[in-house]
Design a protein around this ligand. Structure first.
Ligand SMILES: Cc1ncc(COP(=O)(O)O)c(C=O)c1O
Length: 328
């Protein structure tokens, strides 16, 4: 899914809340020419039962963003808590009551020619209504891309640097034109890294496996949430280890994870069925747990969500009792 926004949308730009139509940068901006920006992606989910909007792990996202900005020597100048407050205020000003995607973007802002960056930087935050990124309810058909993942010593992909996403864009474009739903990229060693915009998980013999962070993958916040849910709530053995391409073809279950895609099952890979071609049992259970967690329905994981309208103090959302869910 591609999402554009109304020009009346209120965004945070230049230290102020302004209509999107007024948030503009010049064509000589360093980041626009050389990809020297660092972005984040954060989700907020609307829960009809509690009439509340829950931002998922915003502090973790802003901590990661600030760290990653440091790789490009950009200092956003605000704490993660201050950035969370701006985000809440943005949602309130737009009176959002729907699922959202939040896009913080810090960038080298000098307007001149010349690749060597200086210290001029700026940042903006936009939040916009956003539904499903990939229609994955029936499972996806993923394809291994002929484009290799960018190496850490070329452009660190853990950093969500704008320029590195040309790699994801090339892979996504090719794979979609070839009829697949999402690209899987290998690194220069031939190991599986991740999807173009998401991390990858495989289940083999009841074990949940994902590539380690040193294999040129983004250190996904959805990834770490899923590892925790699988380990603590489903008692699954979990492993972070390299995955060979051919393991994708013999996996019991496969799925992708990320802020935009959520938890997206993969039922075919490179024209081969994953197991019997149906969404696997572990994937279904994890998907339900993850959805309950992001909607603020799991008391133990309420720490992961930030309510925007503060209804939690006034009413208690329908809370799922983990002891009595069919997750074992
Ligand atoms: C390349 C890539 N991998 C993985 C992810 C998933 O990370 P997260 O779960 O933190 O959104 C993303 C999401 O932005 C991504 O762009």
């Amino acid at each position: 899914m591609k999402q554009s926004a109304s020009p009346d949308l209120i965004v945070y730009f230049g230290g102020e809340y302004v209509p999107l139509a007024e948030a503009r940068v010049g064509i000589l901006t360093h980041a626009l020419n050389y990809g020297t920006g660092v972005f984040e992606g954060i989700r907020a989910h609307w829960d009809e039962d509690s009439a509340e909007l829950f931002i998922f792990r915003p502090r973790e996202h802003y901590e990661r963003w600030k760290q990653n900005c440091g790789i490009l020597r950009i200092d956003v100048g605000l704490s993660a808590d201050e950035l969370c407050s701006i985000t809440v205020e943005l949602m309130r000003r737009n009176r959002f009551k729907t699922d959202l995607y939040v896009r913080p973007l810090a960038y080298k802002s000098a307007e001149r020619i010349g690749v060597c960056p200086d210290d001029e930087a700026a940042f903006a935050i936009a939040a916009l209504p956003f539904g499903e990124y990939l229609h994955s309810d029936n499972g996806l058909h993923a394809g291994v891309s002929s484009w290799r993942r960018v190496e850490d010593n070329a452009i660190p992909v853990r950093a969500k640097i704008c320029g590195a996403y040309a790699n994801s864009a090339l892979a996504s474009d090719d794979i979609r034109r070839a009829g697949f739903d999402e690209a899987i990229l290998l690194n220069e060693d031939g190991h599986v890294t991740e999807g173009a915009t998401c991390n990858l998980f495989m289940v083999r013999r009841g074990e949940l496996i994902t590539p380690p962070v040193h294999e040129n993958v983004l250190e996904g916040i959805t990834r770490s949430s899923i590892l925790e849910l699988a380990h603590k709530e489903l008692k699954m053995p979990v492993a972070e280890r390299p995955i060979d391409r051919s393991e994708l073809y013999i996996a019991d279950e496969l799925f992708l994870s990320g802020t935009a895609v959520g938890m997206a099952p993969v039922v075919r890979v490179d024209h081969r069925q994953v197991k019997d071609g149906a969404i696997g049992a572990w994937t279904r259970r994890l998907r339900t747990l993850y959805s309950d967690a992001v909607h603020g329905r799991l008391a133990e994981y309420r720490k992961w969500v930030l309510p925007v309208y503060g209804t939690l103090q006034r009413s208690t959302p329908k809370v799922v009792d983990l002891e009595h869910t069919s997750v074992a």
